[in-house]
Design a protein around this ligand. Structure first.
Ligand SMILES: *Cc1c(COP(=O)(O)O)cnc(C)c1O
Length: 452
């Protein structure tokens, strides 16, 4: 019998981003200008790295979202989600466009008031509202979205002391087919908790139930999940009208629309898979219009969209610090943008390109930030042109969560520039300095002197 030849099996490593059986990487388009302003000039004038926001893109995106909803359901009101980007200039752009404020802390509440938002146009969400926060919001007629029973009991105690009627909604979590189910916020729909909370609120003369609220998650790719959520909140609205002859003024669908960023591990780019505002608006307004809520009592639809309204308007510009070869021969690029500036790099494959192309050959590259920390990786594997020290790069779609979750770590946070609709750049937040960083430190007397 002939001996069968044996060949030892081998495991071949596939590098993500390299052409493979799924296809080729697309050609790299440099970004040399933002709203017609040269990237090179921005970095020269304001330093590197640099956050840049396009006011034109913010306004256009907002108008696109507003018209998607308005054309289907006219009674719609957006409230800007402060935690997504609470630079004052950014909030002011949204407020100029007509957006109310949606805040989740006393700090954000202060910011909204200081930005000129009337108290009765602030929605106060979140599990942490201090006694003082509740008092201020009741006094100002803000909409308090109750997260748990302890908060409800606080309001029951405080409102009569102020001789006021608190305007409240309850946050409701529910099964919309999106998992994991966010059951940590608000009252559950399916197990009857939400209905129990409503029955504790309705008989109280010092509390007015004005709305129902949900926020089903973030980066939700399936508009039908919103249709499910809306149907459930509409059913509760009908039940309240039936039992109490009380009509809810608004239903607040929260935020959670996806942006065009690509999630790590996603098979296709986010720009191809992200639903449009029209898709979300259609699902939500269909469920609302087709509900059993009486025609003359149709509620206002509130939206707290964050990510999808601002991500696209943000850019992060940076400079190449060095080139290096890794042990396996792969090229690595060190740039001055680290994960301290780009918090969202933990879950997105950020779109990064050179500011200009000097040559078209690409190599499988790892892009590192400047931090002396192993986790500081901007892109683990990307087909990237070979750049040199001093060359400039642009990261696109970084407007959401990076300018709030940024970390002061190892180095100073850089400037933020807004390019206005005429094309003029304005610094809207200065860089940190040795002075600003040391402002809060205090040194006890016995540590005042060192002798080395
Ligand atoms: C964070 C948050 C939002 C905004 O969410 P996005 O996913 O950025 O749209 C809206 N509402 C509440 C209650 C939130 O916590």
């Amino acid at each position: 019998m002939e001996k069968i030849k044996f060949e030892r099996p081998v495991v071949n490593r596939i590098h993500a981003g390299v052409p493979d059986k799924f296809g080729l990487g697309t050609a790299i388009q440099p970004i040399s200008h933002i709203d017609n302003y040269p990237v090179q000039d921005l970095l020269e004038q304001f330093g590197s790295p640099l956050y840049v926001l396009s006011e034109k893109t913010i306004r256009n995106t907002y108008q696109e979202a507003l018209s998607a909803f308005k054309t289907r359901y006219p009674k719609v009101q957006f409230a800007w989600s402060y935690k997504t980007n609470y630079l004052n200039a950014v909030c002011k752009v949204f407020h100029q466009e007509g957006s109310w404020a949606e805040v989740v802390s006393g700090f954000e509440y202060d910011k909204a008031i200081a930005n000129g938002v009337p108290g009765n146009k602030i929605i106060f969400n979140g599990p942490d509202k201090s006694e003082d926060d509740l008092k201020r919001s009741i006094e100002n007629g803000s909409y308090i979205h109750i997260d748990h029973l302890d908060e409800l009991y606080d309001i029951k105690r405080i409102a009569p002391m102020l001789n006021k009627v608190a305007k409240v909604a309850i946050r409701i979590n529910m099964d919309t087919g999106i998992y994991p189910h966010w059951d940590r916020f608000g009252f559950n729909y399916e197990n009857g908790e939400a209905w129990t909370a409503i029955n504790k609120i309705m008989p109280d003369p010092n509390i007015e139930l004005v709305g129902l609220h949900t926020h089903i998650g973030t980066y939700i790719m399936t508009p039908t999940a919103y249709a499910v959520a809306m149907s459930k909140l509409a059913a509760l609205t009908v039940r309240i009208a039936h039992k109490y002859q009380h009509n809810i003024k608004y239903i607040d669908m929260g935020g959670g629309f996806a942006s065009k960023n690509t999630l790590k591990g996603a098979y296709l780019p986010g720009s191809d898979t992200c639903p449009s505002f029209d898709d979300y608006a259609q699902a939500i307004s269909d469920a609302l219009v087709n509900s059993d809520i009486q025609y003359e009592h149709m509620p206002i639809l509130f939206l707290e969209t964050g990510r999808a309204l601002i991500d696209e308007a943000g850019y992060l510009l940076g400079t190449v610090l060095a080139n290096k070869r890794l042990l396996d021969g792969r090229r690595s690029l060190i740039i001055d943008i680290g994960v301290n500036n780009l918090f969202t790099s933990f879950w997105y494959e950020h779109h990064i390109v050179p500011a200009y192309i000097k040559q078209h050959d690409t190599e499988d590259t790892t892009i590192y930030g400047p931090l002396c920390m192993n986790i500081d990786i901007i892109r683990a594997a990307i087909q990237f042109p070979v750049l040199e020290k001093g060359d400039q790069v642009v990261i696109k779609r970084i407007g959401a969560y990076n300018m709030t979750q940024w970390m002061q770590f190892i180095t100073y946070r850089p400037k933020v520039v807004l390019i206005d609709t005429e094309g003029t750049p304005h610094v809207i937040r200065n860089n940190e300095t040795h002075e600003t960083m040391n402002e809060l430190d205090q040194i006890p007397d016995h540590l005042g002197r060192i002798n080395l």
